[in-house]
Design a protein around this ligand. Sequence first.
Ligand SMILES: N#[N+]C[C@@H]1[C@@H](O)[C@H](O)[C@@H](O)[C@@H]2O[C@H]12
Length: 448
Amino acid sequence: MSKPIHFPPDFIWGSATSAYQIEGSPLADGAGPSIWQRFCAVPGNVRDGDNGDIACDHYNRYKEDVALMARLGLKAYRFSVSWSRILPQGRGAVNQPGLDFYSKLIDELLAHGIEPMVTLYHWDLPAALDDRGGWLNPDIADWFTDYTRILFKAFDGRVKSWATLNEPWVVTDGGYMHGTLAPGHRNLHEAALASHNLMRAHGSAVQAYREIGRHQIGIVVNIEPKYPASQSQEDLDATRRADAYMNRQYLDPIFLGSYPPELKQMFGDAWPDWPAADFDLIGQKLDFVGINYYTRSVVRNEPSNWPLKVAPVRQPQATYTETGWEVFPQGLTDTLTTFTQRYGPMPVYIMENGSAFYDPPNAENGRVHDPLRIDCLRKNMQALSNALAQGVDVRGYMVWSLLDNLEWSLGFAKRFGIVHVNFETQQRTLKDSAYLYADIVASNGACL
Ligand SMILES: N#[N+]C[C@@H]1[C@@H](O)[C@H](O)[C@@H](O)[C@@H]2O[C@H]12
């Protein structure tokens, strides 16, 4: 029987997006190109040749979208800042119209009683910095810190929640290990170097915030809990490797002062002995951790698979989303309890959770019925409540996503929004899941 669903009275309900996925107008008002602009321009990189030139046109429609958030009763909105709007060359001269856009967005949110939660880096590195090596250049820790200082000084009076990075694992695994995401490299040595430089940049930005900021700062990581396909030693070892690579790689250096030993075993000479001083920098105290949870994976040993030698095992009875992810709400509970057990109690936000299903508007009444997304949402709410009942200090939940948007290399075909976007007309239509989410927010989950 399901346990009673309960959320703390001050639980923060919101939604999440990212700049390149929704804003459009990537070069407007003096902005510089990002690596995603370049990546999308290479034929074959993005499904259907899609790109962020228009996306949800949020750059021009942000007031309409904030009004949508207010209609849903959201208490918070997690968005990212495009680095190359602020610093078109990634460093040097500030582009004031870029700052002005985010200042107006923040004021619009505050005017509607919606807390802005800012992600400083959500994958759209300025192309000019990639020309200087990007995340492979150790100087990027200083470049990133200089960029974040500009935002801290400009917005910390109005923004009370900052996250340095979004999903560093995806940045390195997609961008440098497998080449499926910008900047499209496939190099084991580069993946290790990018990963470590991301963490150095994270620590340096937190250090800068402690000099300037007055509120809270954290990091957002994706966690995909790993479950062994069998109790054989090979599968148990494979599961540990997968967990070390995807989950512990980013939280261990922050909270435990070292990387999981499995990484050196997997990467070999591609994984140097990093300087001890780097871990002092990376290990800056955080005010919260943001966790993005979507799915789990069941893992078996697969010696032929470079470089982790693991393979996922599809679960025959399970429901899978359009992105091929198993619907497994128990994994959300397990992620949260495991986090607390490994790193100790601390404030956690679910900064992304959602599902991609294709639900076209009903031809007769224009409504968007999305029963599978509603089923996922209900089950994840139960799982979240169960984690809270087990003592995990979860402070809030941001549904991914407010709007259907550019799903990176999957283009616009994969729709995560609780609000449907017609990308021809830019018409927004609340899906049935948006109405349910509004009820959840209004009742603090009591409607479930
Ligand atoms: N795929 N998928 C959906 C979602 C993606 O759209 C976000 O930008 C990422 O932070 C994270 O991968 C999750």
